[in-house]
Design a protein around this ligand. Structure first.
Ligand code: PLP
Length: 398
């Protein structure tokens, strides 16, 4: 592998940190080392930085500053949202609605509640990965506490009808959580316009540091007709207004905030640039590589996401061969890419097991150039051809 020419196209798994973010984190690692809960001036300075970051992060989704609760990850934010609502409202209901294509951070957290007599409905999706709004409305019962549907899918990039889901949740007096880890900073989000009560995000998907996330909690967790609707799931000190104990990672959060600032300024330009590169790759591959198909929706998808199916070969082999050519991609989600089970997302959109095995996710980023895209389009057909030559499945089909 030629390190100098390595092309990183796995930005949905994680992004490289933006150099401007690295600078900001470095500055705060040196200067903002005080404990934000301490009374002395060094601690107070950390506290002020923290509150400024809260304002910045809130502004990206038109939220109030005090409704942002920093966490250690998107996974932790999902856990607090789901488990926190479930445990606070056991006398009110025991039913949660979600979808069959959620990230494991949501799926496994909801399933865990089955041990506590909770019931859940995982709504099916169509061939593009979209839930059906009528089925959602039918699934709501008087025991339903929460709808948790992701904003955009991490594997196929499909963007759900979030506004309509928010309206249904509001109409039936049910809380609405969305895992926006893949969408936050990539597409515009307004929690008020979309009727979102709870939203999870993670810094490392938008060129910020790993191990920093946030949960938006509307009105600090108080709702008309509900009273307090969420409680902490971890106990310790009173950090993050008793919602998430543990000494606050101020330098990491400062990096998150810087990443948000940049995303706000550059989002419109990035959407345009990445959509153009995305569609160039999609159109070229579908036209030039036989037995290839696009997974996910043709237009209702994240600007940086591409997911192809290639018949007769394994996604794992494509990823490894492309890696040898100096290109990083993935098959399925990064968290499950070490498993040989077919992706639950691809099965949910109706692919057969062998089709799901032949998937390749290409996720573009801020630093992706047209020359890198051309390099991919030069190497990919050779990799596919070489693997198909060796494939018993391809021989069987001839
Ligand atoms: N939700 C989605 C949709 C994701 O893509 C991911 C990460 O891949 C997560 C949650 C987990 O986020 P984190 O890595 O910050 O725990």
């Amino acid at each position: 592998m030629n390190e100098s020419k390595y092309v990183y196209l796995d930005n949905a798994a994680t992004t490289p940190m933006d150099p401007r973010v690295i600078e900001e984190v470095y500055k705060h690692l040196k200067e903002t080392y005080g404990n934000s809960s301490s009374l002395h001036s060094i601690g107070q300075k950390s506290g002020q930085v923290l509150e400024k970051c809260r304002t910045t992060v809130a502004s990206l989704i038109n939220a109030k500053r005090d409704d942002i609760f920093f966490t250690s990850s998107g996974t932790e934010a999902d856990n607090i949202a789901i488990l926190g609502v479930a445990s606070k409202n056991q006398d009110r209901g025991n039913h949660i609605i979600s979808s069959t294509i959620e990230h494991h951070a949501v799926e496994n957290t909801i399933k865990q509640l089955g041990n506590d007599n909770f019931e859940f409905s995982f709504l099916p999706v169509d061939k593009y990965g979209l839930i059906n709004l009528e089925e959602l409305e039918e699934a709501i019962t008087e025991k339903t506490l929460l709808i948790s549907i992701m904003f955009a899918n991490n594997e196929i990039g499909t963007i759900q009808p979030i506004k309509e889901i928010g309206e249904l949740a509001n109409k039936h007096g049910v809380l609405f959580h969305t895992d926006a880890v893949q969408a936050f900073g990539k597409v515009p989000i307004d929690v008020n316009e979309l009727n979102i009560d709870l939203l999870s995000a993670s810094a490392h998907k938008l060129y910020g540091p790993k191990g920093v996330g946030m949960l938006y909690i509307r009105n600090k967790g108080v709702k008309e007709g509900w009273g307090e609707y969420i409680e902490p799931i971890m106990y310790g000190g009173g950090h993050e207004r008793d919602m998430r104990p543990s000494t606050v990672n101020v330098p990491g959060i400062a990096g998150f905030s810087k990443a948000v600032e940049i995303a706000k300024e550059e989002m419109a330009h990035e959407i345009k640039k990445q959509t153009t590169l995305r569609d160039k790759i999609i159109n070229w591959v579908i036209e030039n590589i036989e037995d290839s198909s696009l997974n996910g929706h043709p237009t209702r998808r994240l600007p940086n996401n591409i997911n192809f199916g290639f018949k007769y070969i394994e996604g794992e082999s494509i990823v490894l061969d492309l890696d040898m050519e100096g290109i990083a991609t993935s098959t399925g989600s990064a968290c499950s890419s070490k498993s040989l089970d077919p992706s639950h997302v691809l099965l949910a959109i109706g692919l057969k097991s062998e089709e799901a095995h032949g998937s390749l996710r290409i996720s573009l980023g801020r630093f992706t150039t047209e020359a890198e895209v051309d390099f991919l389009l030069e190497k990919l057909p050779f990799v596919i051809k070489r693997l198909r030559k060796l494939s018993p499945l391809k021989k069987g089909a001839e």
